[in-house]
Design a protein around this ligand. Structure first.
Ligand SMILES: *[C@@H]1O[C@H](CO)[C@@H](O)[C@H](O)[C@H]1NC(C)=O
Ligand SMILES: *[C@@H]1O[C@H](CO)[C@@H](O)[C@H](O)[C@H]1NC(C)=O
Ligand SMILES: *[C@@H]1O[C@H](CO)[C@@H](O)[C@H](O)[C@H]1NC(C)=O
Ligand SMILES: *[C@@H]1O[C@H](CO)[C@@H](O)[C@H](O)[C@H]1NC(C)=O
Ligand SMILES: *[C@@H]1O[C@H](CO)[C@@H](O)[C@H](O)[C@H]1NC(C)=O
Ligand SMILES: *[C@@H]1O[C@H](CO)[C@@H](O)[C@H](O)[C@H]1NC(C)=O
Length: 495
């Protein structure tokens, strides 16, 4: 998916939790942040040391989060959308089928001119990335110097999108096992989080994501935790493996409850469910049978005409809070953050606004930006753990701690006891099973993904299939979750 992330460094509790992030307060922390601050440069930059890198991220139409990096020698500026739901970096090139069009669709985010870089090296294999959105980018892998937030990585591997359907590239920061090269070709490489460790910029492949309110910005902090950006304590839950391996930043959603002045209602049917904390999706997307009772509570619904969920706009002012539980760790989102007040859709009645909880595609359940704006999330790829706390939108000066190595206790981050360590919902088998039940009359499109020895055919229902109207007309209406990493690799192992 696309988005921004920050890694929080936890504090000083000394609870005997096994595999958490080690938080060290040091004068010279190996962290770097990428603020997603629209107007001014983040203060995180001031705290940066030689072991810290910081990059600004900015939000486009509240739909996705961009980060500025440079590639090549001399450095060329490119803006990419951040994505915790995929693992490759790819950039547009000037002569791509898409970018070469007369209206110059890629010019605002920058193009990479390989001929202008003295450190560029082409590799002899290709990326072919298909996302849930059915978006495609394809082209050769290459290496060059990449600078992000002041941290330079030499010979960073990325792909050139000679074929592209998007005005900007993607900065995927998920597991290395989910790169397209790993999933399709069996060629796993050190993707950005790992390359930043190898280059010495950070200690451990871990990062914290802080997104500001609906109208706001955010920050991605590699190698650290910013205590000023969350409330209470970080609570740690395990990442869920898929077929015994870690491909996707999935955790178990164990509870959903809605609190209003008239009481609390739980919507736990169908849980636990594996969900991906994916900032490449603007929305929370969950199975229809889980979402429908929530719609009923809010007078919301799903419009197949618009391919979007709707809710009465005035619900943005209602006193409701939605709490998502993960084995005891909880994140509470006020309903105001779930209503896209200033967006409407054809097919909606005039008092309806877009609702941030929508139907998922089979096997792809995502906690996207509407969730992540309410949650400070530390993604610890080394220990396969995710730590969560409610976002502090107004925490003042940075208080950054480094994430160290090893599995020692994490002061400030508490491992949830008896956390759910396996759950279904995401991945190939769910996708295939659910797809099989979709008849041709749903009018969806069929896509075949060829992954080595296995061919997976999925069918997306009419409600979520490509459409030129409704949400599909918005820049990132579809989650940008990468399919090959989950489907391909997962299926190969399952067979
Ligand atoms: C990133 O680069 C774009 C284009 O140069 C610029 O408009 C934007 O302000 C930059 N964003 C950040 C967060 O630095
Ligand atoms: C790249 O971005 C930096 C920071 O915004 C700016 O100072 C520099 O002039 C840009 N370089 C080019 C070639 O546009
Ligand atoms: C773009 O240029 C590269 C070499 O620079 C070439 O291999 C590729 O075929 C070109 N792509 C298109 C669509 O012209
Ligand atoms: C990428 O994969 C898609 C789907 O399998 C296929 O249709 C397309 O031809 C491939 N593109 C390239 C350049 O290999
Ligand atoms: C929802 O959360 C807000 C902020 O914490 C709080 O002020 C409000 O009382 C809560 N409403 C309900 C119904 O719990
Ligand atoms: C919607 O637009 C109004 C008027 O421009 C603005 O005051 C409000 O903050 C916007 N709401 C959101 C959620 O962006």
């Amino acid at each position: 998916m696309w988005g921004t992330s920050i890694l929080p460094l936890a504090a000083l509790a000394a609870l005997p939790c096994a595999n958490a992030i080690t938080l060290h307060k040091r004068d010279d922390p190996a962290v770097f942040g990428l603020p997603i601050v629209r107007s001014e440069r983040s203060q995180a930059l001031q705290k940066r040391s030689s072991k810290v890198a910081s990059t600004d991220l900015y939000n486009v139409q509240n739909m996705y989060y961009m980060v500025n990096i440079t590639i090549g020698t001399p450095a060329q500026n490119v803006s990419l959308s951040l994505d915790t739901g995929s693992s490759d970096i790819w950039v547009n090139v000037p002569n791509s089928t898409y970018c070469a069009a007369d209206d110059d669709p890629c010019s605002s985010t920058g193009l990479f001119n390989l001929k202008d870089s003295s450190t560029f090296k082409m590799l002899d294999y290709e990326m072919n990335a298909t996302y849930v959105s059915e978006f495609l980018a394809a082209g050769p892998y290459a290496t060059d110097t990449l600078v992000i937030g002041g941290a330079a990585v030499k010979n960073m591997e990325f792909a050139l999108a000679e074929e592209s359907r998007n005005p900007h590239g993607i900065l995927g920061i998920g597991y290395a096992a989910s790169t397209n090269a790993a999933g399709n070709l069996g060629k796993e490489y050190a993707n950005l989080p790992e390359a930043l460790v190898s280059s010495g910029a950070i200690k451990s492949p871990a990062y914290s994501l802080w997104l500001n309110k609906f109208d706001g910005t955010g920050n991605l902090l590699f190698g650290g935790v910013n205590k000023a950006r969350y409330e209470g304590e970080l609570q740690t839950v395990p990442v869920l493996p898929l077929y015994g391996k870690y491909y996707s930043l999935d955790i178990a959603l164990t509870d959903i409850s809605v609190k209003s002045t008239s009481g609390t209602k739980s919507f736990a049917s169908g849980l636990p469910l594996a969900v991906s904390l994916d900032n490449g999706s603007p929305f929370i997307v969950l199975p229809q049978d889980m979402v429908d009772p929530i719609y009923k509570e809010f007078g919301a619904g799903y419009s197949s005409t618009a391919s979007a969920a709707y809710i009465p706009c005035n619900m943005a002012k209602a006193d409701y809070n939605v709490t998502f539980g993960f084995s005891g760790a909880t994140i509470t989102i006020p309903i105001s953050e779930l209503v896209f007040e200033n967006y409407t859709e054809k097919g909606f009645s005039k008092d309806d606004c877009i609702f941030g909880i929508s139907y998922s595609e089979p096997g792809v359940n995502l906690m996207g930006d509407v969730f992540l704006r309410g949650a400070y999330v530390v993604y610890d790829l080394a220990n396969n753990e995710i730590s969560l706390a409610n976002t502090n939108y107004d925490g003042g000066d940075d208080d950054i701690l480094e994430i160290g190595t090893g599995t020692a206790a994490v002061p400030g981050a508490t491992l949830m006891p008896s956390a759910v360590t396996s759950a279904t919902g995401n991945g190939a088998s769910q996708t295939i099973a659910a797809s099989a039940s979709l008849g041709p009359e749903t009018g969806g499109t069929t896509t075949a993904y060829v992954t080595g020895t296995a061919t997976v055919t999925t069918k997306s229902g009419g409600a979520t299939s490509t459409s030129s109207k409704g949400l599909a007309a918005l820049p990132t209406s579809k989650p940008n979750h990468l399919l090959p990493g989950i489907l391909g690799a997962g299926l190969l192992l399952a067979l």
